[in-house]
Design a protein around this ligand. Structure first.
Ligand code: ATP
Ligand code: MG
Length: 567
């Protein structure tokens, strides 16, 4: 598959990995080739952190006219599923990237095993009979050397025989491992005779029951890189301490090519957790409605929420690529989608908490069609017509009975403009027996069409509204951060990180009043509900003539204010 240019990513900012790659190119390494890979483990859906890794890896290939593979790191059969493999491919494509080769670590199981025999024959690996607990105990602590396994000095012949019998299934799960013979006194725990193979009888999503020994990630990864001809193996910082092992293995194996590992900082974002394990926990516990719940930081959740590939790529480029870990403010992600949707989303009117306004001087049988702009940022989006009748809905929040001086919305005796229509003045407030305002009686000034006032008087407030007679109702869901805490992972010992949930992460609006044109909203369409935020018709739940609206993001960041108040 070639690079998909129809949806080509924006120009990426320069970062330190570019310098590294350019230095290699200048030194004539890899015959001028750049070949990267994105290597997810298919044990969950991709999240916004993976977006970063995808943009970096595919971005390098694009920038240097190179290639990028999609490789499934499927060395851990117990946790991997075809559903994840499928979703990952879909998400990478949706983000706008095409891979050169699609590979699986399991494609290389035979070669990897051959390399294991090579290490045994050359005296660089041995079969160890210690249990997993014993291996950990012998490894020792960081500040003192570990102890050598009593099985470390088996002969190459004995090791080869045992390794072959491991593969043949002669031993119980966990009874033996293959370990690299490196240095039990190394200050780097990864070099203290790391395990390369374990015995595990588990059905593998691709190789079935063919294997009962599986390579460890650290062993498989670099050799797969080498076999695929990867030039720059870009990964996250936690693998920095694994790099000496990565290189040791390349040094001791007859690999066809030598890749180079470069690490960058993981992306963390406030108000969310980013780990497939934790996201799976949320799904399993029923806290969210699946991996694609619009509150999830997964690509599929963000997509269903109304995020676009362009916004995710712009966000990823904007936060940069660094060598130290930090947490990015979620506002940056939200601003990226605001920028994008401001340009592309059609405007419409929706009143989510309605209060009835009667225009007492507007004839009861009159219907007036007003022209409204579909997108002020995009003249090509054209205009539409909105019906105005004697009764309209406005937002309850846009009326205050005791309004402070600087309140520019509606209040008794005050004048505001109905967007694209006339100025109205509040004459009377009607309440129910409990004192709740149920209707506002207003007059409208017919001289104030087209945004003008006859005497040049200033009317500051402009309200969104919907004709009561024409309004439609449709499910509207207000999504917010899933977690109320900025750093949900950051909990004291014994406290469940899931206890930080935001109780208002999903609010289903009761009885919203929507502009009639929204009835025809197709699934997967972006709107800006004027003054309220960006909304997306749920691609799964919307039906023709029956849309369901998900709030993608509010027009402004409301959490900054909350935090200020709480300070
Ligand atoms: P998780 O803990 O969510 O499962 P992982 O690192 O185990 O993450 P992999 O499927 O192994 O997930 O990741 C594939 C690639 O994506 C790796 O190169 C990994 O470093 C990168 N990656 C994963 N999470 C992030 C993140 N938060 N920021 C940047 N890159 C990430
Ligand atoms: Mg992982």
């Amino acid at each position: 598959m070639s690079q998909d240019t129809s949806n080509a990513p924006e120009k990426a900012y320069h970062h330190f990995i570019h310098d590294e790659v350019e230095a290699d190119l200048a030194a004539g390494k890899n015959a001028g080739r750049v070949h990267t890979r994105f290597p997810p483990e298919p044990n969950g859906y991709l999240h916004i952190g993976h977006v970063k890794a995808i943009c970096v890896n595919f971005g390098l290939a694009q920038k240097y006219g190179g290639k990028c593979n999609l490789r499934f790191d499927d060395t851990n059969p117990a946790k991997e599923e075809q559903e994840y493999v499928d979703s990952i491919q879909h998400d990478v494509r949706w983000l706008g990237f095409g891979w050169d080769r699609l590979t699986y670590a399991s494609d290389f199981f035979e070669e990897l095993y051959g390399y294991a025999e090579h290490l045994v024959r050359t005296g660089h690996a041995y079969v160890c009979d210690l249990s997993a607990e014993q291996v950990a105990e012998y490894r020792g602590r960081l500040d003192r050397p570990g102890r050598e396994s009593p099985y470390r000095n088996r002969s190459a012949e004995e090791n080869l025989d045992l390794l072959r019998r491991m593969r043949a299934g002669e031993f119980e799960d966990g009874a033996r491992t293959l370990r690299a013979k490196i240095d039990m006194a190394s200050p780097n725990p990864n070099l203290r005779d790391p395990v390369l193979y374990r015995i595990l009888r588990a059905h593998h999503h691709r190789t079935g029951d063919r294997w009962c020994i599986y390579p460890m990630y650290d062993y498989a990864h670099g050799q797969c890189d080498a076999l695929e001809g990867i030039t720059h193996s870009v990964c996250t910082l936690e693998f920095e301490i694994h790099r000496p092992l990565y290189n040791w293995l390349l040094d001791h194996l007859p690999v066809p090519h030598r890749p180079r590992q470069i690490e960058f900082a993981r992306l963390n974002v406030t108000y969310t957790v980013l780990s497939k394990r934790k996201l799976l926990e949320l799904v399993r516990a029923g806290i969210v409605d699946g991996w694609d719940d619009p509150r999830m930081p997964t690509i599929s959740g963000l997509r269903r929420r109304g995020y676009t590939p362009e916004a995710l790529r712009a966000f990823s480029d904007g936060v940069g690529v660094a060598r130290f870990n930090s947490t990015v403010d979620k506002v940056l992600l939200e601003n990226a989608i605001r920028d994008d949707l401001n340009r592309r989303a059609r405007r419409a009117m929706a009143v989510l908490d309605p209060i009835l306004v009667t225009l007492e001087n507007f004839p009861a049988d009159k219907l007036e069609w007003l022209e409204a702009v579909n997108n002020p940022e995009d003249p090509a989006a054209g205009t539409r017509r909105m019906p105005l009748t004697r009764q309209v809905w406005i937002e309850r929040d846009d009326f205050r009975e005791d309004a402070p001086k600087k309140y520019f919305r509606l209040a008794p005796g005050k004048e505001v403009r109905l967007r694209y229509a006339y100025c109205i003045t509040c004459k009377e407030v009607k309440k129910d027996a409990q004192g709740k305002v149920i209707e506002l009686v207003c007059t409208y000034d017919p001289q104030t069409g087209h945004g003008t006032t006859p005497d040049g008087r200033k009317v500051k407030g402009i309200l969104h509204w919907v004709s009561a007679e024409h309004a439609i109702e449709a499910p509207v869901r207000l999504y917010d951060h899933l977690f109320a805490a900025q750093f949900p992972d950051d909990v004291p010992e014994g406290v469940d990180w899931k206890s930080n949930l935001n109780p208002k992460s999903l609010v289903k609006v009761a009885g919203p009043k929507l502009e009639p044109c929204l009835r025809e909203a197709l699934p997967g369409t972006h709107y800006q509900f004027e003054r309220l935020g960006y909304f997306f018709t749920d691609p799964h739940e919307s039906k023709s003539g029956a849309p369901v609206f998900n709030r993608t993001v509010t027009l402004r960041d409301s959490w900054a204010n909350i935090e200020k108040r709480e300070e």
